[in-house]
Design a binder for this molecule. Structure first.
Ligand code: 9W4
Length: 425
């Protein structure tokens, strides 16, 4: 462990060169973040502001951290999940003078110790993924709140908890719900999870998808993304659902819909994306074909009942990274990927950098918005704030521009026509 009090605690500073190369790769795929650097590196609108962040230490997060720094902020950082920190990234950030406390495989005590270190700078802003930093401030260091102008929150779960806290009048500073930006959740879930889940399956198995029966459990945004990409690679997509409207959408997208009891008998590859437990259970394992591959991309690892699988097995061995072969009591073999955990994170690299580009542009612009309120001496009540529609449009516009696309604009006459209520049809 490399530790310098008040500066960093990371696994191994010698990993910094490798981490820097990965960060540069992410930079080359994150044009919106690069455009924000270009726009703000001279004026440094965040100068004089201290940001404590608690978010997965990945190559994309490194791009966010260094963009905040380039725009003038003083930053201190910890990871928001004990298993998500990439040690080479943490090393590269520490080497670049970022205050960071994060290493892979932290225990709960290390985890909160790291968060507390980031608060020693007495931040003016917090940046969260899961709201642990906000909770730590409120529960353990309420004296810091007088210095804090606001915070931002990245995830659905975090935003949900903060809304509950706000309703109970327990939230003591304003927090922007970055998760609810259209350029965040709509793209993360469909295109990010869609591609990275297929990526995880391929890395763990290297199977041909064309011609296979690919069963997607759940047709929410993530399921839709997985189904779309599997179909693109030539698989026959079968969707299982409990919600009639979602199932109907799946059929109109060209997929087959059936009950899991029926899909279990014919599926070659199964992916769960429901957010519900016990989607694949004992009676399904009993009817599955020899060689079936099963995995999960939902947030919790209870969608596939692994206890049932183990109970119906007579043996198990690891055949490849993130791929365990279960030999069933009926003689057939089933392959479980990433132990039923999120296959896109455990067997691949999560959302591609191009997708994180937009999520983190929302983070950056939300931090800047809070700073601008402060500069204008605007008093914002403690509450969960939405992302303005203009911010979504601006981020989408920059993304399109960097991709080389131009779009049309309504003329004044067209706007007047749309708003005209004087004449009927
Ligand atoms: N990563 C994660 C969490 C747990 C975990 C034991 C070895 C989420 C969003 C972003 O949760 C995240 N457990 C692992 S690997 C692993 C990884 N194990 C379990 O066996 C493996 C996580 C956001 N994100 C992207 O999606 C891409 N860049 C990002 O910043 C990152 C990580």
């Amino acid at each position: 462990m490399d530790y310098k009090a008040g500066k960093y605690k990371v696994s191994d500073l010698k990993l910094a060169a490798d981490g820097r190369m990965k960060i540069e790769w992410a930079e080359s795929r994150m044009p919106v973040m690069m455009a924000l650097r270009e726009k703000y590196f001279k004026t440094k609108p965040l100068k004089g502001y201290k940001i404590a962040g608690c978010l997965h230490v990945t190559k994309e997060t490194a791009v966010l951290i260094e963009t905040l720094k380039i725009a003038g902020a003083q930053v201190s950082w910890s990871g928001c999940n004990p298993l998500s920190t990439q040690d080479e990234i943490a090393a590269a950030l520490a080497k670049n003078g970022i205050e960071i406390y994060a290493w892979h495989g932290q225990n709960v005590k290390d985890f909160y110790w790291s968060i507390e270190q980031t608060l020693r700078m007495k931040p003016n802003l917090t940046l969260d993924d899961g709201a642990d930093l906000i909770f730590t401030v409120h529960n353990k260091f309420p004296q810091l709140i007088e210095n804090i102008i606001g915070g931002t929150e990245e995830t659905t779960t975090g935003v949900h908890r903060l809304r509950a806290m706000s309703a109970a009048k327990k939230l003591l500073y304003p927090v922007i719900a970055v998760n609810d930006a259209e350029t965040k959740w709509d793209f993360d879930n469909v295109y990010g999870t869609g591609q990275s889940s297929l990526d995880g399956i391929l890395r763990a198995t290297s199977v041909l998808l064309a011609g296979k029966n690919f069963v997607v459990a759940g047709y929410g945004h993530c399921g839709k993304g997985c189904a779309m990409r599997a179909a693109g690679l030539g698989a026959n997509v079968i969707v299982t659902e409990v919600k009639a409207t979602a199932a109907l959408k799946a059929t109109l997208e060209g997929h087959t819909v059936m009950k899991m009891d029926d899909a279990a008998k014919i599926g070659d590859i199964f992916i769960t994306a429901t957010g519900i437990k016990d989607v694949i259970v004992d009676r399904h394992f009993r009817t599955m074909k020899d060689g079936a591959i099963i995995c999960n991309t939902g947030h919790y690892d209870c969608e596939i009942n692994i206890n049932h699988l183990a109970a119906f097995s007579k043996g198990k061995r690891t055949v490849r990274a993130n791929n365990e072969e279960y030999t069933l009591k009926n003689g057939r073999k089933i392959y479980l990927l990433a132990q039923g955990r999120l296959v896109n994170l455990a067997a691949a690299e999560g959302h591609p950098s191009e997708v994180m580009d937009m999520s983190f542009a929302n983070q950056f612009m939300s931090q800047l918005r809070l700073v601008n309120y402060d500069k204008k001496k605007m008093k914002v009540e403690p509450q969960v704030l939405d992302i303005p529609v203009e911010q979504d449009q601006e981020i989408a516009q920059i993304k399109l521009r960097t991709m080389g696309y131009k779009i049309d604009k309504l003329t004044d006459e067209q706007v007047a026509y749309m708003d005209d209520y004087s004449a009927g049809t």
